[in-house]
Write a protein that binds this ligand. Sequence first.
Ligand code: M1P
Length: 271
Amino acid sequence: MSLTDTPSYPPLEERPLKDTICLFDVDGPLTHPRLPASPETLEILRALRQKCAIGFVGGSNFSKQEEQIGKPAGVPVTTLFDFCFSENGLTAFKLGQALPSASFIGWLGEDKYKELANFCLHYIADLDIPVKRGTFIEFRNGMINISPIGRNASTDERNAFEQYDKEAKVREKFVAELRQRFGHLGLNFAIGGQISFDVFPIGWDKTYCLRHLENEAKKPNGIAYKTIHFFGDKTYPGGNDYEIFTDERTIGHTVTDPEDTIRQLKELFDL
Ligand code: M1P
């Protein structure tokens, strides 16, 4: 089968493991950071989807997942997964249909947001780091993403910043300061990728997506997912996969990269 052929899948209720779902973080488990998914990854997802439900749960916004997974497959990303959870599930789709979403600005309010954004922009302006690019705050539906180097950094620049940050701990210090000043607002600060960190209300971490699955069970003839596997790379305390990885509703798997995910899926599901 070529990458652009559209395979067919049994309806969710007819899959052999119908009350099982596998959820994948995107950067790390399915793709190398910010890069496209490989044909091998797309192939294993297709094979797995014949057996059980599959979904992704990424911190990034939907357009990034479209670019990293949908584009290399040559089809919309919503056709490749049963459930798509962008921004931790604040933007969500089931079989291509949008599920209810929630808004960060609606939750926080303009005034508090302005205070937070102003503080961050001043803080970044005063940072003496080797390279600065553009888009220091990315405003998303369910969160904001803050990057000291800026989201316009190239792949080489982001790799260099990641290395630099391991020693300089720019993000760790920034987050510690934000926790002190803005922690009372009920905000969580999560370092998930290479150059940035996410800011969202406490509880709007990746466990947020589980409420969509719980809602499925309440629908007429809906499926109650009893076995929820989660595959993530930042599963340690402070990592943005930690909460869902340790949640009692999931079975957590730590993976190092897409090749490791493929290896573990083959073993677990006999693919
Ligand atoms: O999915 C992990 C993170 O990926 C990106 O992080 P960075 O650009 O720092 O590598 C961001 O989209 C971030 O929101 C997300 O949590």
